[in-house]
Structure formats: structure tokens, C-alpha cells
Write a protein that binds this ligand. Structure first.
Ligand SMILES: C[S@@+](CC[C@H](N)C(=O)[O-])C[C@H]1O[C@@H](n2cnc3c(N)ncnc32)[C@H](O)[C@@H]1O
Length: 401
């Protein structure tokens, strides 16, 4: 890789500044805006900018060690230089690098050791402790996988097409992809491309959705004509999958505490041709109470630490802390308690997260089942990032009485 154009360097710098130091600025949105504002950059330039931007976010703590100081608004060019030296990225001697002592960085690199596991895997010290406590020695394998780039996976919208047809349609638009064994509607891109520009996307033939996430819809065992509640629907990644699995028949009630996410869901549903979705913002407890014992199926895709999807959102490891995880765990148990009442007797629900911590996953389900003897576990699945796709947990639970 080469970093030889000054405007790309400045772009990467500004995007990192925003992501690291501004509140509520998320890497995916920051890079999207940067690339949109620079339409004249060619596809190779875009690739270089995205890769260096995401790699530096991923490896921030390790780079801070090589720099000999923590990241701050005044030293991000030094961090970019440390990255170029570490990864042997070819760069020009830009004026922005003037005055930075290469030798100090190179000396650290030459030692070829790092002081702690947290530096090695580039995560906060508290997170290394939490991962070790919860996963034992296998946490290192998972963190190694989480520091890789995620593949781009699409879900063919079976209301309009099939995975096989989608591969062929995308091929006609110069996007190479292939089907994935054991994931009936998933296809993987051969290389990163902006698929949102394709007519296949505009025609609603697919959604970007990781392969692990696609397993959740399938596990819920929905059928045409059922009433299904998606209680934490967000912008509807899984709702749209459920609509396709139900062949647009029956009713899906998609809920969330954030109305703006549901508005985005509606836009996506229109593009996908999904007509059986109704959205309801959760403004008070009555919204839930009205649905008690009304649903055949319930999906709780709970808010979580997001530690299973760090490949995709590496900045979140710098934005969360142990307090956040402790708080979210309390919410997860409360959501399970309150929302499980929505299922009819004999109905089923899924509790899912994109976390790899047992305390957010099976331990939550164990606590719930201990306190609610009318429910029983049918099946659970833990997908770890080292298996290739995102880390996810899902438990299928039946309401008996
Ligand atoms: C993991 S995300 C959902 C992702 C979504 N299901 C998808 O597939 O795209 C969790 C969602 O739960 C929502 N949420 C947080 N607290 C909630 C609560 N108490 N009740 C319902 N939704 C909640 C968040 O706004 C967020 O959209």
C-alpha cells in the first residue's frame, strides 16, 4: 500500500480526529462523509483511505506504544507515521510529518516486543481483564480474529430474488461475489466494493447483513400468517429478513425506543417490498403491556456491548467502558423479563446479542429461566469471531405456561 497523496493524508487525519475526539462520531459515518465529500478520489484512493483509517482505529493502543504517548488532538500525524513505519506502508515525506522523530518510533519497533497483552491486541486494559475473566485463555484467539477486516456479506431478499440470481445480477454490474455454504440467502463479496451504488441495491434485491446475523431469523422458526414481534428492531436488519421468511404474509410489529431508527426501517422496508411490517415506538410501558400474550414469535435482539462485531466497528472498543457493560447487562435482564410476556403460551422467542461475553449471553438466559418457570430453553448457539463471521449469541426459548 502507498500513501503518496497529501490530500489523502489530510483526509485520514481529519477523519481520525473526529472519530477519536468528538462525541457520538462513529467511524462508519465519519468515513462515509469523507468519501462523499471527495467524489473525485478514484477507487484505489478510496481503498487506501478506508484501510488506513480503519487500521489505525483498530491498532490505536499499539501505535500509541510505538509513539511513546497517548493519542491527542495534536499528534495524529505522528500516529499515521507510526502506522506507516510499522506496516512498511510507502509514504512521502509530507510537511505534516516535519519535526516527528522517526528514530524513536523505529527503536521501539526494532525491539519487537510489547509490554502487555492489551497493547499486543490493541484494546483497553480493562477489556483485556474482562475478556480473560469471561473467556479464559481463548480470549486471545478471539481478539486476534476481531482485529481482522470483516468480509462484506449480503442477504438476498427472497421477496424479489435468490442468492444465485443475485450473484449473477451483481456480476453484470462488475461486482464479483459467491454463495456461502449453509447460509441459504447469503453471498460474500470477492472484494470490498460500494454496493450501495448498484441498481441491485436500489431495486431492493439485497441488504448488507452478516452471515451470523442471518442465522437468527432462521432460528426463530417463523411461518406465513403468524404475528411476530421484533422488540429491539432498530433500523430493521433482522425485521426485513423475517418479512422475507414469512413471504410478506402475517404481521410483524417492529418496535424500538428510538423513533428515528424505525423511520429508517420503514424506508428500507419500502425498498425491499416488505409490506407486512408495522412500526411502534416504545414511548412508555403501555406499548408493551398492550401486546401481552399476543405474539406467536418474539425476537429480542438486545442492546449489548457489541464486542462480537469489533471487526466491523473497531472504534466501539474505545467508546465503551466497564460501567457501560454493567449497565447494559441490567437492561438486558429487564428487557427479557418485561418483553417475554408478549409471547402467547406455546409461542417461542429468541434472545440474541452480538456480544461474546457469557455474562451478556447464556448467563442472562440462565437467570431468566431460573426466575420464570413457565419458559424452557429449546436451543442456543454461540458463534465466535474466530469461526470467520461476526460473533453472535442466540437462544431459542419456548413459553409453556
Ligand atoms: C442490537 S440493536 C438492534 C439491531 C437490529 N435488530 C437489526 O437487526 O438491525 C439493539 C436495539 O435495541 C434498541 N433498544 C435499546 N433499549 C431498548 C428497550 N428498552 N426496548 C426496545 N429497544 C431498545 C436500540 O435502540 C437498538 O436499536
Amino acid at each position: 500500500m502507498e500513501l503518496i497523496h497529501r490530500n489523502l493524508l489530510i483526509g485520514i487525519h481529519d477523519a481520525l480526529q473526529e472519530t477519536f475526539f468528538e462525541d457520538r462520531k462513529y467511524a462508519d459515518k465519519v468515513i462515509e462523509r469523507l468519501l462523499k465529500a471527495n467524489r473525485k478520489w478514484g477507487s484505489e484512493d478510496r481503498k487506501v483511505v478506508s484501510q488506513i483509517f480503519y487500521d489505525i482505529i483498530r491498532w490505536k493502543k499499539r501505535l500509541e506504544y510505538y509513539m511513546g504517548e497517548g493519542a491527542k488532538p495534536g499528534n495524529i500525524y505522528k500516529m499515521i507515521l507510526a502506522y506507516c513505519l510499522w506496516t512498511k506502508t510507502h509514504y512521502k515525506k509530507f510537511e505534516e510529518f516535519d519535526g516527528i522523530k522517526n528514530a524513536d518510533i523505529l527503536n521501539k519497533l526494532k525491539k519487537n516486543t510489547v509490554p502487555t497483552k492489551a497493547v499486543e491486541y490493541s484494546i483497553p486494559e480493562w477489556l483485556a481483564e474482562t475478556l480473560e475473566k469471561e473467556l479464559g485463555s481463548k480470549w486471545e484467539r478471539e481478539m486476534e480474529a476481531l482485529n481482522e477486516q470483516a468480509p462484506t456479506i449480503l442477504r438476498a431478499n427472497t421477496l424479489k430474488t435468490s442468492a444465485k440470481e443475485l450473484v449473477s445480477d451483481l456480476n453484470d454490474e462488475n461486482v464479483e461475489s459467491f454463495q456461502i455454504r449453509n447460509y441459504p440467502d447469503a453471498i460474500q463479496l470477492a472484494e470490498k466494493k460500494n454496493v450501495f451504488l448498484t441498481s441491485a441495491f436500489k431495486d431492493g434485491l439485497f441488504e448488507v447483513q452478516d452471515a451470523s446475523s442471518q442465522k437468527i431469523g432462521e432460528l426463530l422458526d417463523v411461518h406465513e400468517g403468524m404475528r411476530v414481534v421484533d422488540a429491539c428492531a432498530g433500523a430493521g436488519g433482522k425485521t426485513l429478513h423475517l418479512a422475507a421468511l414469512m413471504k410478506n404474509k402475517g404481521q410483524i410489529i417492529a418496535m424500538d425506543i428510538h423513533g428515528w431508527k424505525l423511520a429508517e426501517l420503514k424506508r428500507r422496508a419500502k425498498r425491499a417490498g416488505a409490506h407486512n411490517i408495522e412500526t411502534r415506538e416504545i414511548t412508555d410501558t403501555k406499548v408493551i403491556k398492550r401486546l401481552h400474550e399476543k405474539a406467536d414469535r418474539l425476537l429480542i435482539d438486545a442492546p449489548c456491548s457489541g464486542l462480537g462485531v469489533l471487526k466491523r466497528n473497531p472504534d466501539s472498543k474505545w467508546k465503551i467502558d466497564q460501567d457501560f457493560i454493567d449497565r447494559i447487562k441490567k437492561e438486558q435482564q429487564q428487557i427479557l423479563q418485561d418483553y417475554s410476556k408478549i409471547i402467547k403460551k406455546g409461542g417461542k422467542m429468541i434472545y440474541a446479542t452480538c456480544s461474546i461475553l457469557p455474562s451478556e449471553n447464556n448467563e442472562q438466559v440462565e437467570t431468566f429461566l431460573k426466575n420464570n418457570d413457565g419458559f424452557s430453553l429449546i436451543k442456543e448457539e454461540k458463534i465466535m469471531p474466530s469461526e470467520g463471521f461476526d460473533g453472535f449469541y442466540m437462544a431459542l426459548i419456548q413459553r409453556n405456561t
